[in-house]
Design a protein around this ligand. Structure first.
Ligand SMILES: NC(=O)C1=CN([C@@H]2O[C@H](COP(=O)(O)OP(=O)(O)OC[C@H]3O[C@@H](n4cnc5c(N)ncnc54)[C@H](O)[C@@H]3O)[C@@H](O)[C@H]2O)[C@H](O)CC1
Ligand SMILES: [K+]
Length: 495
């Protein structure tokens, strides 16, 4: 799914109005209808009979008033408040105010302290939407504080009031902290940024029929991976043999961390590789042979660390780093590996990334088909500096990916795949239970398997990250997030 900036969403709106054609107030009606249907479908309005609808004076407030009318017509008696935050109001706000006032009265909120929000109520937050131009202040900020102090369930219309939809907020901005955000058509970029989690809650999309032609015509670097658009593996034809699916090499493990090599090996096999060789220090030989009998084991000459370069010519892809440690000899090995692997697709992870951040000249020499898989701390070390907010992080990620012509998988709740063509793909699968040791090793194994099957690094990264998250979701459904282990993620992999 293509994602857009606020400015593009505004143009999308206008394009739909002109080309469908539809009047803007009818489009607002459609948005309010979709929201109300969602609300009634979830049952939130049934269990919390008292509904408070807080409206601003722009189109987000107009949505709130249209929702109020639809609920009224469905038999509900919402308490509707309007906050006079501006001298001006939007035309569609005015129309919807008049329409609502034919049914019931609204209250112009003078003092937020008097809002009778109660614990069993549900608050519909329609103060400000994507039209936010500055941080909330004054009466608006007081109202938002009041909303956040109440224990009622809060549902934000389109985007939490006070949250910038496509740029960073100040750390001390006053922003609604909703339980749910019900957003129109597409997730806003803000929903996918880690720091915004408290200002999004659980988010849901409702379709308001904005023009598909606009989507096709309008370029954007941002994508959200959904089931309809993930890359696919080539079909397995009946005459294929194990050679068809590549021979992967995993270089992983050190004394006390052979488990990382085991996890990466198992997931590489579940990722569909034809043949797998695992290079581990000598101490890992028996472990690999007994716990991953499908793999061939290549023992390093060193007992506890990886030190020995290999002939890489027979491998179709290599994954290096999980559990490998940062011993001097392993650092040298990584240097030799990079020199040798120029024509081989590879995944560089974990300790290998930390070595890269200390030996920065290696970044310039990375093979053309490289995927790096840092988590945020590792990426910060690779960059050599912190970022001031999530959007600057994306810019730096892009620069990094373009400069070194590699794909970077920045791991997190919405793992981002950044590619040298300038695109960002935010992942849609996975859960908090996966924040446990070893899930990163599992991802490395999967990505190595996909590269071995000749997927391009960007496609391999998007697909691998998606399936890895989906495997985690399957594991969480079976065991619950608390009990979830990296091994369960391996078991959850399906293609
Ligand atoms: N395409 C769609 O997705 C549709 C969206 N709809 C809804 O419209 C809003 C956006 O509406 P807009 O009128 O552009 O802006 P807001 O309602 O968010 O803001 C109103 C107005 O308020 C002023 N303002 C901005 N920031 C502040 C501030 N901090 N303090 C005071 N006043 C502020 C500014 O002048 C704004 O213009 C979108 O979110 C949807 O809810 C349509 O209903 C359907 C199509
Ligand atoms: K809102």
């Amino acid at each position: 799914m293509k994602l857009f900036t606020v400015e593009q969403i505004r143009q999308w709106d206008a394009y739909t109005i002109t080309n469908e054609p539809i009047t803007s107030v009818d489009l607002m009606e459609r948005a309010a209808g979709a929201f109300t249907e969602w609300l009634l479908r979830t049952g939130l309005a049934e269990t919390h009979r008292e509904i408070f609808i807080l409206c601003g004076m722009g189109n987000n407030g107009g949505d709130g008033l249209a929702i109020a009318r639809l609920l009224y017509q469905a038999g509900y008696r919402p308490h509707v408040y309007v906050i006079r935050h501006s001298e001006r109001s939007s035309d569609d706000f005015v129309i919807n105010l008049q329409r609502y006032e034919t049914l019931a009265k609204v209250q112009w909120l003078e003092d937020p302290q008097t809002l009778p929000l109660n614990e069993t109520g549900v608050i519909i937050d329609a103060l400000l939407g994507s039209g936010l131009t500055r941080s909330a202040s004054g009466l608006l900020a007081q109202t938002i504080k009041q909303i956040n102090a109440s224990k009622a369930e809060v549902i934000s219309v389109d985007v939490a009031s006070g949250l910038f939809a496509d740029q960073a907020n100040d750390p001390d901005d006053v922003i609604v902290q909703p339980t749910h955000t019900v957003s129109f058509q597409i997730p806003k970029l803000a929903f996918l940024q880690p720091k915004n989690a408290p200002y999004v809650g659980k988010w849901h999309l409702v379709d308001i029929g904005l023009s598909q032609a606009y989507v096709d015509l309008t370029p954007s670097p941002y994508f959200y991976t959904d089931t309809r658009a993930i890359p696919v593996l080539p079909d397995r034809e009946s005459f294929s043999n194990k050679g068809t699916f590549g021979h992967a090499l995993l270089m992983a493990g050190s004394y006390g961390k052979i488990g990382a090599a085991v996890l990466a090996s198992r997931s590489c096999l579940r990722g569909g590789v034809g043949l797998l060789t695992v290079q581990v220090p000598r101490c890992g030989y028996t472990i690999i042979q007994t716990s991953v009998p499908e793999a061939m084991c290549l023992t390093d000459e060193h007992e506890t660390e990886l030190t020995q370069p290999n002939d890489l010519s027979k491998y179709s892809a290599v994954g290096i780093g999980p559990g490998m440690g940062q011993a001097k000899a392993s650092q040298q090995l990584l240097r030799q590996f990079i020199a040798q692997a120029q024509d081989i697709p590879c995944v560089i992870d974990a300790d290998a990334l930390n070595i890269l951040s200390q030996e920065r000249d290696l970044l310039e020499q990375l093979p053309a088909k490289t995927i790096l898989t840092p988590h945020p701390k590792e990426f910060e070390r690779l960059l050599g500096k912190p970022w001031k907010d999530d959007y600057e992080k994306l810019r730096l990620l892009q620069e990094f990916s373009t400069r070194y012509r590699i794909v970077v998988v920045l791991k997190g709740k919405h793992t981002v795949v950044a590619s040298p063509d300038g695109e960002f793909h935010f992942n849609s699968t996975g859960n908090a239970g996966m924040a446990t040791g070893g899930t990163g090793d599992v991802l490395t194994g999967v990505l190595t398997a996909l590269l071995a099957q000749k997927l391009e690094p960007k496609e391999a990264a998007i697909l691998g990250v998606y399936r890895h998250g989906e495997a985690g979701d399957r594991a969480a459904a079976r065991r619950g997030m608390v009990a979830l282990t990296a091994g369960d993620v391996v078991d959850g992999l399906r293609w």
